[in-house]
Ligand binder design. Structure first.
Ligand SMILES: [Fe+2]
Ligand SMILES: [Fe+2]
Length: 427
């Protein structure tokens, strides 16, 4: 009974969150302009970015039985497209999840669409990205020990200040321990119902790859099944590394999502780094779009810990990947993992230089704070310490790429503007 009460209370919370977040996401869609039904729908669908935010999106939901999705243009209402979505039983931590996944393409840029899960789902609305523009929210490290209350506040606050983004990215460590399913349930509750209208672009972090058994003093690495099943990101054609890294387009920006967990995955995906490097050089980084942006979890730098010697100023991630970014003309690199916000500017050959990629480590959006005090010689700006949570926005057209950092109440902390001139970015 206690479990049932808890479940119904959580559903109610999700229902009231639905009402509160309608205006924030700007996208929930009571049919034909009617009042929203106060009863929570039987399923809460979730959006993941498609290969092109202007033309594609992926819908996933959890439910026993057959599945069908209905889609139509919202305004004016267009003819319906129907998608069959057979149930696929996914397994994580011994629990079976009856998932339905629909990859939608052939959409028109800059259009509102409505969809619902048959037979009795509510209508939800989303908007495709415009062809020549990109507007995105970026969060780092939402991992939490407060049942994701802080994360919910940051995420919903960000949507209030920056409504209707083309997608929301999380730069890894979404949860503190990837094996704990209750963390995932709370993470998704925090983003519900907005994630039914705002596609998610996830990045795998090291904490997605952790378990702690009773008696363990430290995390042990695991296959991040819960993460991999939760986010049907665009396919990369890499066999057993599907969903580990991927690429997608949004307006004038080509995003490449890399995976920095080759140490954690050594026992079960031993050639992760080598295979990803090849994919990145031959496929992932290739584009005709004006901007190339890398999103990945672990940072390029090491900071000195109090009372400890500074072994190396660049992490293995930085030493391995920074030369590849220079080789492929990456414009911007967004990282997480350190739970601190720093803007480093253009870096090439491990030094500030005008013709290298522009680097940020993007802060924290959960309640687990590392309070990094040290500065690095590459830091141009560090958030005031002790640090609070933050979120970032990215806006781009063919000539300009603007990155801003905000506190959850919408006050701006920092920004950078990259401009395209004679082929290279400057700022
Ligand atoms: Fe991390
Ligand atoms: Fe983290």
């Amino acid at each position: 009974m206690a479990d049932l009460l808890k479940l119904s209370r959580r559903r109610l919370l999700a229902g009231s969150a639905a009402a509160a977040a309608l205006s924030a996401s700007g996208c929930a869609a009571p049919r034909g302009g009617q009042e929203a039904d106060p009863t929570p729908p039987p399923v809460w669908p979730r959006l993941t970015v498609g290969a092109d935010c202007a033309r594609s999106v992926t819908v996933q939901w959890k439910r026993q039985g057959p599945g069908e999705l209905v889609l139509r243009r919202a305004d004016p209402q267009g003819p319906e497209r129907r998608f069959s979505a057979p149930q696929r039983d996914a397994e994580a931590e011994g629990v079976i999840f009856p998932l339905h996944t629909v990859r939608i393409d052939g959409l028109e840029p800059g259009q509102d669409y409505e969809y619902r899960v048959e037979p009795d789902g509510s209508w939800f609305r989303f908007r495709t990205a415009e062809s020549g523009r990109c507007r995105a929210l970026v969060f780092a490290d939402s991992q939490s020990s407060d049942r994701f209350k802080t994360w919910a506040r940051v995420y919903r606050g960000a949507l209030r200040h920056f409504p209707r983004p083309d997608f929301a990215a999380n730069l890894g460590d979404l949860v503190d321990m990837g094996s704990r399913l209750s963390y995932w349930a709370d993470w998704f509750e925090a983003v519900t119902p907005a994630i039914a209208s705002v596609p998610e672009a996830p990045v795998m972090g090291n904490h997605e790859c952790y378990r702690k058994n009773p008696g363990d003093r430290q995390f042990r690495p695991i296959m991040p099944k819960a993460y991999l099943e939760a986010f049907p990101v665009p396919e990369n054609g890499e066999g057993d590394l599907e969903r580990w890294y991927y690429a997608f387009d949004c307006g004038p920006v080509h995003f490449i999502v890399l995976n920095t967990q080759w140490l954690e995955a050594a026992a079960f995906r031993p050639r992760l780094y080598e295979r990803m490097k090849l994919w990145f050089l031959e496929k992932g980084s290739k584009t005709n779009l004006p901007w190339r942006v890398v999103m990945m979890h672990k940072d390029i730098l090491h900071y000195q810990r109090p009372g400890k010697p500074w072994k190396t100023r660049f992490s293995q991630t930085g030493r391995r990947l920074m030369p590849l970014f220079e080789q492929t003309g990456i414009d911007l690199v967004l990282t997480g993992h350190l739970h601190t916000y720093r803007r480093r500017g253009f870096v090439r050959n491990f030094r500030h230089a005008k013709d290298g990629p522009y680097y940020f480590v993007c802060g924290v959006s959960g309640n687990i704070r590392h309070n990094v005090e040290a500065l690095h010689e590459l830091d141009l700006y560090a958030a005031p310490r002790p640090e609070t949570d933050n979120f970032m926005t990215l806006e781009a057209d063919a000539g300009k790429l603007s990155v801003r950092c905000f506190l959850p109440d919408g006050r701006e902390l920092d920004h950078a503007l990259l401009e395209r001139s004679s082929g290279r970015a400057s700022g």
